[in-house]
Design a protein around this ligand. Structure first.
Ligand SMILES: N[C@@H](CCC(=O)N[C@@H](CS)C(=O)NCC(=O)O)C(=O)O
Length: 229
C-alpha cells in the first residue's frame, strides 16, 4: 500500500521533472565548430531554444565556460553544461519524445556512449594537430608545421576508416536509428571534407551519411543560421 508521503514525493518528483524539461536552453556556438552538433540536435528536437554566436575565448564565452570553448549550454535557471558529448546526451535524455538517444536498453546506451567517446576522444582529438599544429611542436619552422598537420591527417584517416566500415551495414551510426550521435559526426565529416587531401573519396559510407544529414531541412536551417544567410 502506497503511503501519502510516497504520493507527495512522487508528485514532487514529477513536478521537478516537468520543470526541468520545460526550461529553455541557450546554446553558445561558433561557426564551423563542433557546437554545430548540439545546434542540429536542438533543431531536430523542435522545442524553443536560443543560439548565440560567440568568439573563442571571448569575455561572453569565458563567463559561461572558463575554457573559452564551445559548445556551452545554459538553461534558463542558470545551470551550465559543457562538453559536446555530455550536452548531446543531456538533450536526448531531456527530450525522449524526439527519439534521438539511440535506444534505452543497457546495450543501446552503452553503444551511444561508445560512439560519443569515439567522436570526442578519437576523431575530434585527431583534428587538433591539423587545426593547431603550433600546439604540438616547439619547432616553429614551416616544415615542422606541415609534418604535424600530416600526422593529424593520418590519425583522422584511421578514425574515418573505422567509421566507414561501421556504416557499411547501417544508415545511421546507432542501430536505434537517427540519433544525436549522427549530429555529432556531422561537423567532423565536414572538417574531413575540407582538410583531408582526398576528402571523403575513400569513405563512401561516410559520404552517404553526410549527404543524408545535409539534405535534412532542419540541418540546412542551422547551417544557414550559422553562416548568417
Ligand atoms: N572537449 C570539448 C572540446 C571543445 C572544444 O575545444 N571546442 C572547440 C571548437 S570545435 C573550441 O571551442 N576551441 C577553442 C579553443 O580551443 O580555444 C568538447 O568536446 O566540447
Amino acid at each position: 500500500m502506497i503511503s501519502l508521503a510516497q504520493v507527495v514525493l512522487l508528485a514532487f518528483g514529477l513536478a521537478l521533472n516537468k520543470w526541468e524539461n520545460d526550461i529553455m536552453p541557450t546554446l553558445y556556438y561558433a561557426v564551423g565548430a563542433c557546437s554545430l552538433a548540439p545546434h542540429i540536435a536542438l533543431e531536430w528536437i523542435g522545442a524553443p531554444y536560443e543560439a548565440i554566436n560567440v568568439q573563442y575565448g571571448s569575455k561572453e564565452l569565458v563567463a559561461v565556460n572558463p575554457a573559452g570553448a564551445v559548445p556551452t549550454l545554459r538553461e534558463d535557471d542558470g545551470w551550465l553544461l559543457t562538453q559536446c558529448g555530455a550536452i548531446l546526451d543531456y538533450l536526448a535524455s531531456k527530450h525522449p519524445e524526439a527519439g534521438l538517444s539511440g535506444g534505452d536498453s543497457i546495450r543501446e546506451k552503452a553503444e551511444a556512449h561508445r560512439w560519443s567517446a569515439f567522436f570526442t576522444s578519437d576523431v575530434h582529438a585527431s583534428f587538433w594537430p591539423i587545426f593547431m599544429p603550433f600546439r604540438y611542436t616547439t619547432d616553429t619552422s614551416e616544415a615542422a608545421r606541415s609534418t604535424v598537420i600530416e600526422a593529424g591527417q593520418r590519425l583522422v584517416t584511421k578514425q574515418f576508416r573505422i567509421l566507414d566500415s561501421h556504416l557499411d551495414t547501417r544508415d545511421y551510426i546507432l542501430d536505434g536509428g537517427r540519433s544525436v550521435i549522427d549530429a555529432y559526426s556531422f561537423p567532423m565529416i565536414r572538417w574531413a571534407i575540407k582538410l583531408l587531401p582526398n576528402g571523403l573519396r575513400e569513405y563512401p559510407n561516410v559520404r552517404t551519411l553526410h549527404d543524408r544529414i545535409a539534405a535534412d531541412p532542419a540541418v540546412q536551417k542551422v547551417l544557414d543560421r550559422e553562416s548568417g544567410t
